[in-house]
Design a protein around this ligand. Structure first.
Ligand SMILES: C[S@@+](CC[C@H](N)C(=O)[O-])C[C@H]1O[C@@H](n2cnc3c(N)ncnc32)[C@H](O)[C@@H]1O
Length: 225
């Protein structure tokens, strides 16, 4: 499907960073209150920072989308090894993505180059993009994804439950639990009570954390807490 078949529009969010609006779902790719601040807060601040002492971290992202979380994680690279696997069912066209203003906002001379490389690397092949940081973008739905290796950290960045309820079903948390290492961490911007309870039923220890600016709460879940 062409990107414009879903009528995707580039819009500015509350912190000046861009996001994409999907008219067909009436959804944004990020918080319209601030895309960049949400990604930095939820995925980097409450997720990646938990692994600062580890030499190696393996990350699974559900929903590569604009590549914002991947860019922020690659820019944060300071450890010997980060491996980043990102799932996506609907890859975006570079013609649209190159209009996003993330590289200009993140204050790093290599950001534009890195952002383009993240988008241009082939699908379904693990590629080392910078020293110690490798990415494999997998063109697959989470539901059909079967991993041979386990993950330390999951960035759960699917569209919201009302837009894509199938990605918030109890079976999803069982699947992810089985794909994670002990003491693994899952973070998501969502804070819905039913989601929290379903995660607990799957075996996670669940924390409700203060959300990013403009959102009251978010979830962080741990395996074998
Ligand atoms: C809320 S957007 C966020 C994307 C991304 N993390 C970003 O920062 O732009 C959700 C993404 O999940 C993708 N997606 C939808 N269904 C999916 C599925 N079943 N498995 C994996 N990804 C899916 C969408 O195409 C979209 O790119």
């Amino acid at each position: 499907m062409e990107n414009n078949a879903l009528n995707i529009e580039l819009v500015e969010s509350g912190d000046g960073s861009h996001t994409l609006k999907v008219a067909a779902l009436n959804e944004h790719y990020h918080s319209h209150k601030g895309a960049l601040q949400e990604s930095l807060y939820v995925f980097i601040g409450k997720g990646l920072r938990q692994f600062d002492e580890k030499d190696c971290v393996s990350i699974l992202e559900v929903g590569f989308g604009t590549g914002l979380n991947a860019l922020l994680t690659a820019l944060d690279q300071h450890r010997p090894k980060t491996s980043y696997v990102s799932l996506e069912t609907f890859p975006l066209d570079w013609a649209l993505v190159q209009q996003l203003n993330y590289p200009q906002l993140v204050n790093d001379d290599h950001a534009a180059e890195l952002f383009e490389a993240l988008h241009r690397v082939p699908w379904n092949v693990e590629t080392e993009l910078k020293q110690g940081f490798s990415i494999e973008k997998i063109e697959s739905s989470l539901q059909l994804f079967n991993s041979t290796s386990k993950f330390d950290l999951v960035y759960y960045d699917a569209f919201a439950p009302h837009a894509q309820p199938e990605l918030w079903e109890p079976s999803i948390w069982n699947q992810l639990y089985s794909m994670m290492n002990d003491r693994g961490v899952l973070v998501t911007y969502c804070a819905k009570g039913q989601v929290r309870r379903d995660m607990q039923t799957a075996g996670f220890t669940v924390e409700r954390l203060e959300g990013p600016p403009g959102k009251r709460e978010m979830i962080r879940a741990r395996k074998n807490g």
